[in-house]
Design a protein around this ligand. Structure first.
Ligand code: FAD
Length: 536
């Protein structure tokens, strides 16, 4: 069997990879060794940036409707029934904090409730196949791609899959990373937690307004225990430090789990229904390289954060958002292979930073900056005179080359939209109202059928704004332009008019896509006759 992209693992990274590729018309196959998506909630915090991505995929509303109503704070107590001793931020911006910078805000939703939504969405595309109970057991890199052996864990049948690229979304212990001999650095093993999923009337114990997390410091042990609501109907998770070498989980009976929950609740006669128990190993580490020829590590396989601070899944989703458009562009011949080398330098700093953040060792970067203010530097960013840029900017700062193109409310043919809604599939040239030269340049320099260059003229007749303030946020004057990549990051900008807009844009596009200008002209010519998607 042949497929352009084989994705190993149907966790958040694998499922979002499938969705992103399908949105770009690329066929993929996800294989997952378990019979279903995760049955144990792990992540519950979905960041503002991840919600922005869900918005652009059309699933934001479904996620929001299923989300739990809880404060983005950690309530510090001795046990759940005890008084609140302190309240700390969970590391997510609140709706009010995010409102000035984003059309959406963070949500609390358990990973085992989110994953089926991602699966449904992945399967809504004819290009995205997802197979469960299917394990990759062997792989070999060839000149033309990857040959993987997969086994159907129900029938035992073994099949060979040939793909151009393989995306290893196979989790923190990544068998593929190990097989490729890619080392990791960081604290590999922080400790074990016993994670008990249960149903009990905790909501009435903790008080009227739920916190996203409860840190319980009165239970003894080497670190506090953690309890979190995972649904609106009394399903909770308790994670308590554990030593399975001292007390294996197999030696515990149902009464033991109930007793552990009652102690954490501080309520000896609490009615408890235990739903699932696991020992979870907590670690933090970053792979030494994210690419090995035609194999790419994504999600926890590339960067595994400690659960504190809730960044693992969000970093995973944002990393595949960075990589998938690049794979699609190279597969379609619109970009050179070197574009794929930009994945590692662009995403490694976020992986490293979020690992440090999860270990409580990152000060001075606000939650919104860590989430929305990531600035990329690589060959796929044409910095020009903006060589000196920080790795992260606060959302109150104007955008810079490499940063996420900022959110501004605009009126598109009478519809209130965010500028973020203009991005997602193709490159988009954002211009001011004096856009003639840039429009012509975009037509000349864009034009490839499967990689059109859209033009969004803000302040023109189709996209209206209340004021011209957006230009100071984007850092251009009325005849400037900003080139936004399919992942919503700024690839390049011209603060004002360019002497030769077509030649400039041609050069920039070729640079970003790792082609030389002549190669790119040939690629465009081979798909001649199709104009870029235009917004107004
Ligand atoms: C207690 C806890 C709380 C957390 N809270 C948060 C939070 O609030 N916010 C947040 O952002 N993150 C949080 N995280 C982290 C988050 O759960 C992970 O970062 C996220 O699951 C990573 O997604 P992934 O797709 O990379 O890997 P995974 O979700 O681990 O998925 C990998 C998949 O690959 C499959 N697989 C592996 N090998 C093979 C193979 N050979 N063939 C086929 N399939 C294979 C596995 O079965 C698995 O399903 C938390 C983690 C824990 C443990």
């Amino acid at each position: 069997m042949q497929v352009p992209i084989l994705i190993v693992g149907a966790g958040p990274a694998g499922l979002c990879s499938s969705i992103l590729l399908s949105r770009l018309g690329v066929r993929s196959l996800v294989v997952e060794r378990h019979p279903s998506t995760s049955i144990h909630p792990k992540a519950t915090g979905i960041s503002t940036r991840t919600m922005e991505l869900f918005r652009s995929w059309g699933i934001e509303r479904r996620v929001r409707e299923a989300a739990i109503s809880a404060r983005f704070s950690s309530s510090i107590r001795d046990n759940l029934a005890g008084p609140e001793l302190d309240r700390r931020s969970l590391g997510y911006a609140t709706a009010a904090e995010a409102a000035a910078f984003s059309p959406t805000w963070a949500a609390v939703l358990a990973q085992d409730h989110l994953e089926p939504m991602l699966l449904d969405h992945a399967r809504s595309y004819s290009t995205g196949e997802v197979r469960f109970s299917t394990e990759v057991v062997d792989l070999e890199q060839t000149d033309s791609g990857v040959r993987a052996a997969i086994v159907d864990r129900v029938t035992g049948d073994r099949t060979e899959i040939r793909s151009r690229y393989l995306v290893a979304a196979d989790g923190a212990n990544s068998p593929i990373r190990r097989r490729l001999g890619i080392a990791t650095h960081g604290a590999e093993r922080i400790g074990e937690y016993l994670s008990i999923l249960f149903r009990a009337d905790i909501d009435s114990i903790v008080g009227p307004e739920l916190s996203g997390l409860y840190m319980l410091q009165g239970l003894g042990g080497p670190a506090p225990s953690v309890a979190l609501p995972t649904s609106g109907d009394g399903r909770w998770l308790l994670a308590t430090p554990w030593r399975s070498d001292v007390r294996p989980i197999s030696t515990l009976g149902p009464d033991d789990f109930v007793a552990i929950v009652r102690r954490a609740a501080g309520t000896p006669d609490l009615g408890v229904e235990v739903l699932d128990c696991q020992v979870v190993e907590i670690g933090a580490e970053v792979a030494e390289r994210f690419r090995d020829s035609n194999v790419f590590l994504v999600g926890d396989a590339a960067h595994r954060t400690a659960p504190t601070g809730g960044t693992g899944m969000n970093t995973a989703i944002q990393s595949v958002h960075n990589l998938m458009w690049k794979l699609a562009a190279v597969l379609s011949g619109n970009a050179g292979d070197a574009l794929l080398d930009s994945y590692d330098p662009e995403r490694r700093p976020s992986g490293e930073r979020n690992v440090q953040r999860s270990l409580g060792r990152l000060a001075g970067v606000s939650a919104l900056a860590a989430d929305l203010g990531v600035v990329y530097s690589s060959g796929a960013i044409v910095a020009g005179t903006e060589q000196e840029r920080p790795a992260v900017i606060e959302p109150t700062s104007p955008a810079c080359v490499g940063s996420r193109a900022p959110h501004v409310w605009v009126d598109v043919h009478g519809d209130r939209q965010s500028t973020l809604d203009l991005f997602g599939a193709n490159f988009v040239l954002v211009t001011g109202a004096r856009d003639e030269a840039w429009r012509e340049a975009a037509l000349n320099a864009g034009g490839a059928v499967d990689n059109p260059l859209g033009v969004a003229s803000i302040g023109g007749t189709a996209i209206r704004v209340v004021s011209d303030d957006w230009r100071s946020v984007y850092g251009i004057d009325a005849d400037g332009a900003v080139l936004v990549r399919p992942d919503g990051h700024i690839a390049w900008r011209s603060a004002g008019a360019a002497a030769d807009a077509t030649a400039t844009l041609e050069q920039v596009m070729a640079g970003v896509l790792a082609l030389d200008v002549e190669e790119r002209r040939a690629a465009v010519a081979s798909r001649a006759g199709t104009a870029g998607r235009r917004y107004g």
